[in-house]
Write a protein that binds this ligand. Sequence first.
Ligand code: GDP
Length: 298
Amino acid sequence: APAETVKPGFLGRLLGRKEQKTVTRRVLDDDMLEQLEELLITADMGVETSMRVTAAMAEGRYGKKLSVEEIKRLMAREVARIMEPVAKPMPLYRKTPQVVLVVGVNGSGKTTTIGKLASQFKAAGKSVVIAAGDTFRAAAVEQLQVWGERAGVPVLTAPEGSDPASLAFDAMTKAQESGADLLMIDTAGRLQNRQDLMEELAKIVRVIRKKDETAPHNTLLVLDATTGQNALSQVETFQKLADVSGLVMTKLDGTARGGVLVSLADKFGLPIHAIGVGEQIDDLAPFDPEEFAAALMG
Ligand code: GDP
């Protein structure tokens, strides 16, 4: 079922109404564990991860009577345990310009995320340059320019349809000359022709390494949390196309409950650097595992 159908408080509804909570205790037996597992799957956590969470919950407690609150707390604790190791802000290095390559499918929120990140870095006193590397999508370039203006950060562009690698090379030169702290490079997100995209990304990496062999220092994959389990196959795909070093999960505001983050953390262990919680420039937050787990339980 899509994440949208899962409303806050889903666990509470299964386990009993609010007024019964203090008195209702449930036996943690196979039937109960199966129901909990189903719930986690419905919340986009995937089968394997859901099984792992319920198995961990049952450890040493199988057959015991637990209150609704205890079950919730237990579940939240297991989820937080999976999420804690991946909650890491994007590392900042001494080496400048730090080159941040940003990848992801169109519509995932790449442009928006670059704008938000640029604004945060700028507020932290860093000088930032953005390269509009999706040269085949005029709309994407325009959007990025709008975000650049909002963030007060220059956006380097190239004529429509020109080689993104050549823009990346020029951007690298300019960032070095101007002593910028960070260079963020947007990239194309059309998965229709993977071979094409793979070559394009590889070429960008090749040319920026001519200027700094340690670049790119971060390769961020932007994922839309509302796509549910699709996010997993996107990680697999982009890991083949680029050396993904971390994730930004977008659209965690609104109805999406974000269970897929647990699945992602469990399966890939890639750091989650930040989460998108809206369309405005300040709507990018650090990932907080405890808060996330509590919110997920409803
Ligand atoms: P791109 O094609 O990957 O560059 O995606 P965009 O940055 O253009 O974003 C696609 C849409 O998602 C836009 O309408 C954004 O406003 C929206 N969007 C991006 N991030 C978030 C977020 O965290 N929350 C919400 N609600 N919308 C977002």
